[in-house]
Write a protein that binds this ligand. Structure first.
Ligand code: CTP
Length: 405
């Protein structure tokens, strides 16, 4: 039987986008049911949603008097997953406080399945400490939250508060409902750049948004792994459940990675680590008149190479390489020199690959000598493919251990 998703719609302007979310879910073979508040009906009609879902829309607490089943309970019982999109400050507050005074809040009170909440409201409402506290409470209770996006808001502000696009919400739902094939693994991911300070205001860094590493940790957590993310300064927010350790310099990243390494079954090093640091870091800002035009640098440890030297038989290590010339040759050399199980090779001079974008074009180089060239695809899709390969390697390593024991 196809899975069933319950979609709650509360009364925000972003409700006009929810029919598209419903259509995307229906198209992917999911059974959908909608429960909406009276306020939501000012923005989108039950007829639209009933037509798209092929099911009656539930909104009236007292309209079920002559029906045999208790509608709100059977809706809640039959849902495999539930989402509220958009979730207004009001509905978030009610759910966080256990209020069930309409059909939506009553149905959601009776749910036992995972719930995704997509807040959408004016930026100042979103930043209000009461709303933030309610969201934190929901997160603590195991609700999944989707960060609102920044952009033009109906109230005229250009700031965070927009409901993410339906495609993104649908993708999130699919990932949260997907198989937990990485349960039992502890995946250590590194992401982002490092910063190597010259003085309190100046530093040397590498180009990296952290999006690729965060995509890997988000997909790994969705697939049931325990995930530790050691990341330099990044602006992307890792998914709920990821243990996020923030670092600044390569030396800090090395120390934190080493702390976790023993317990990890898999390491994926997507970070763009700075190869050098200034030999001297001044504690006070250096005035330009006193500055020499030469910076003396010291080499940073190669964290990945160090892991390659100390790794256990059963641990899988995946490295990344960002290249602009002799791409394949450089990649093959790194795979061998750093003793990796797999290298994700990235020609960052190609449009659609590498820094700051949401897509990537990669080639997987395997220890066995096999190589796989991938098409341009989203970083989430690349992340899933890397994790698929990791799973295969871990299964093979475990099989080998069992047969040789
Ligand atoms: N890496 C690392 N520690 C460093 C430098 C790199 O762990 N000090 C890791 C990166 O996280 C990545 C891989 O090594 O997984 C390759 O990084 P890259 O910058 O492409 O290569 P380098 O080894 O630094 O070599 P080069 O800069 O000469 O290309």
């Amino acid at each position: 039987m196809s899975p069933s998703v319950l979609i709650g719609i509360s009364g925000g302007i972003a409700a006009y986008k929810t029919p598209l979310l419903v259509r995307l879910l229906v198209q992917s073979g999911i059974q959908t049911h909608v429960v909406m508040t009276d306020a939501a009906m000012n923005f989108v009609t039950p007829l639209t949603l009933a037509t798209l879902t092929g099911n009656p829309v539930c909104h009236d607490m007292w309209g079920e008097r002559d029906r045999p089943s208790v509608e709100h309970i059977s809706l809640a019982d039959n849902a495999d997953f539930a989402v509220i999109a958009p979730a207004t400050a009001n509905i978030i507050g009610k759910i966080a406080c256990g209020i069930a005074d309409d059909m939506l809040t009553t149905v959601f009170m009776a749910l036992r399945c995972p719930v995704l909440v997509c807040p959408s409201m004016n930026v100042n409402m979103f930043r209000n400490p009461i709303v933030q506290e309610n969201l934190k409470k929901l997160e603590g209770l195991g609700y999944h939250l989707m960060e609102p996006e920044s952009g033009y808001l109906a109230c005229g502000w250009n700031a965070e508060g927009r409901m993410p696009e339906p495609e993104k919400i649908a993708q999130k739902i699919h990932s949260l409902m997907g198989p937990k094939d990485l349960a039992g693994e502890h995946i250590l991911v590194t992401a982002g750049p490092t910063e190597e300070p010259l003085d309190p205001v100046r530093f040397i860094t590498n180009r990296s948004s952290g999006k690729m590493g965060v995509a890997i940790s988000d997909r790994a957590i969705a697939r049931g792994a325990k995930v530790t993310l050691v990341a330099g300064p990044i602006r992307v927010q890792p998914a709920c459940g990821v243990r996020h350790i923030s670092v600044r310099t390569a030396l800090e990243m090395r120390d934190r990675v080493m702390d976790v390494f023993r317990d990890a079954t898999v390491v994926i090093k997507a970070a763009a680590v700075s190869d050098f640091r200034p030999t001297v870091t001044e504690t006070e800002k250096v005035k330009k008149e006193e500055m020499t035009p030469t910076i003396v640098l010291t080499k940073n440890p190669d964290i990945l190479a160090e892991l390659g030297r100390i790794k256990r038989e059963d641990q899988i290590i995946v490295g990344f390489a960002a290249e602009t010339q002799d791409v394949l040759q450089n990649g093959r050399t790194k795979l061998r020199k750093k003793n990796l199980d797999m290298l994700v090779l990235n020609d960052v001079s190609k449009p659609g690959a590498g820094f700051d974008c949401d897509t990537n074009i990669v080639r997987f180089l395997h220890r066995s000598g096999d190589e796989e060239q991938m098409e341009i695809m989203s970083k989430d899709k690349v992340a899933d493919l890397i994790l698929d390969r990791v799973r295969t390697m871990r299964t093979a390593a475990q099989y080998q251990r069992n047969t040789s024991a």
